[in-house]
Design a protein around this ligand. Structure first.
Ligand code: NAD
Length: 490
């Protein structure tokens, strides 16, 4: 892999179209910033409509290229497996690139990249297992069957918080099925996707099967989601952008898969070991400086342990080390964007104006070393009310609002009182109660006595304004293939 943190530094990155890295027709390059010091560290191409059209044409041409169209399922699976091997070989460099681009902890990125090849291998194994059905009809001498085939060109738009990991859950199955792809990574973290493109070429995928167009949402993203030759749009990002993209795609009757934002409830009952639940709540919301879609940012605690729990939560949070993402002893790194930092500050200030109290945090770190980066202290707001702005909107920062509840009924009403429905967590020793929660909560994922443990083997996704469509497990193979009915009279 030519792309490394070293080669990226000060470089201009081009688009990956039809198997080659090419200069953008737009002629425009935009900076990508290092969140630890706010400095631009490389330039990425800002693709325009003509660039995007070129990429979609390359993907369409690859669909009918015999090298791809007539490749057996088994061979497609082998190619995806080969990609898994290459990702394994380059996992550490890919992790370094993402850390530099989005400021997430290197140790977390290393864990993600080293786990990622298993997901590619898992979906590679499905390439030859996607079957159709033979259906009995009310007539002799007739065969009626449904066969499954690829959808076509899939547009994939990804966010900056975990670009490659979030891409894997749809890219790997799409390739296993035989689709072709145009990826538009976030303008704030495109480098790892461009590096992956290199590995895709090296693995031996025919030219045009995977294309990467970088650039702003308003330029490259809009052009891609408005394109008429897309078969499906896969979007991971904010609910606001998802709404706009769904509108663009709907104009062409193109279906979407939407993985959007969240405001997930994290519920703690009085029968738990407090230390364990505190660790779960802390990891659930402060991981990645709160920049995870599933962040448990609304914490509901049973009244009989509220004071004790709050004391322990504040104490545990005091021990969190905010620092540089490359340092091994750092627990929380910077936010990825300066706008994100301002957003967090705005929500905390409005929460305090509305009557919430800062139990800890509520400011940027005092350390001189961190002054130039986009850092914010892990923050707990007590005396929260579910109608306060910071309890309703996704902040995407290290902020959790805590409030007490006194009955199961009250808790489920509070937990469900949100426009979102991505994830949820409950800490209790009572399995009946946990099951009632799982049944009554409006969230696509329910964690019991754990949080953020995701598996690509199970299908998952959001409810309500957190999106629609499912990733993971075998369901994803149906989401990205289509059924064709064939009737033979003989
Ligand atoms: P974002 O919505 O700002 O951007 C996401 C992507 O959309 C970027 O590539 C961006 O360039 C593109 N985009 C922006 N405007 C566009 C437009 N008009 N047309 C087409 N594309 C456009 O999100 P973000 O700030 O990059 O990521 C954070 C958000 O992503 C949070 O809301 C988070 O919850 C969500 N997220 C969801 C999941 C999930 O699985 N549900 C996972 C990770 C992140």
């Amino acid at each position: 892999m030519q792309t490394t943190v070293k080669t990226l530094e000060g470089s201009r990155q081009n688009l990956f179209i039809g198997g080659d890295f090419v200069q953008p027709e737009s002629g425009v390059y935009i900076p990508s910033y290092d969140p630890t010091n706010g400095a631009a560290w490389y330039q990425l191409a800002d693709a325009n409509e003509a660039d995007v059209d070129k990429a979609v044409k390359a993907a369409r041409a690859a669909l009918v290229n015999p090298a791809w169209r007539r490749m057996t399922q088994t061979d497609r699976g082998k190619l995806v497996r080969r990609l898994a091997e290459l990702v394994t070989e380059h996992a550490d460099e890919l992790a370094m690139i993402e850390t530099r681009d989005n400021g997430k902890l290197l140790k977390e990125m290393l864990a993600q990249m080293r786990a990622m090849p298993d997901a590619y291998t898992y979906f590679a194994g499905m390439a030859d297992k996607l079957q159709g059905d033979t259906i009995p009809v009310n007539k002799l001498d007739m065969i009626n069957f449904n066969m499954r085939e690829p959808l076509g060109v899939i547009a994939m738009i990804t966010p900056w918080n975990s670009p490659l990991m979030l891409l894997t859950g749809t890219l790997a199955p799409c390739l296993a099925i035989g689709n072709t792809v145009v990826i538009k990574p976030s303008e704030h973290a495109s480098a790892s996707t461009l590096a992956l493109a290199e590995l895709i070429a090296k693995a031996g995928f025919p030219a045009g099967v995977v294309n990467v167009v970088t650039g702003n949402g308003a330029t490259a993203g809009e052009a891609l989601t408005r394109h008429k030759d897309i078969a499906k749009v896969v979007f991971t990002g904010s609910t606001q952008t998802g709404r706009r993209i769904a509108g663009n795609a709907a104009a062409n009757l193109v279906p979407c898969q939407m993985e959007l934002g969240g405001k997930s409830p994290h519920v703690v009952f009085g029968d738990v070991k407090i230390e364990r639940a505190v660790n779960g709540v802390v990891a659930g919301v402060f991981a990645a400086a709160g920049q995870t879609c599933v962040a448990g940012s609304r914490c509901f605690v049973e009244t009989n342990i509220y004071d004790e729990f709050m004391d322990a939560l504040v104490e545990r949070t005091r021990r969190i080390k905010v620092g540089h993402p490359l340092d091994d002893d750092t627990d929380v790194g910077p936010l990825a964007l300066s706008a994100q930092l301002e957003k967090v500050e705005g929500y905390v200030a409005s929460g305090v104006r509305d009557g919430a109290k800062v139990a800890i945090g509520g400011c940027r770190p005092q350390s001189e070393d961190l002054a130039r980066g986009w850092y914010y202290e892990p923050t707990i707001l007590s005396d929260a009310q579910n109608d306060m702005g910071f309890m309703r909107d996704e902040i995407f920062g290290p902020v959790v609002g805590v409030m007490p509840f006194s009955s199961e009924e009250e808790m489920i009403t509070l937990a469900n009182d949100t426009n979102y429905g991505l994830a949820s967590g409950i800490w209790t020793q009572d399995i009946d109660r946990a099951m009632r929660f799982a049944r009554n909560i409006d969230a696509g994922t329910v964690w019991v006595n754990t949080y953020r443990s995701a598996a690509y083997m199970s299908s998952n996704g959001g409810f309500k304004e957190s999106g629609y469509g499912r990733r993971g497990g075998f369901d994803v193979m149906r989401e990205f293939s289509r059924s064709k009915n064939v009737v033979i009279d003989y």
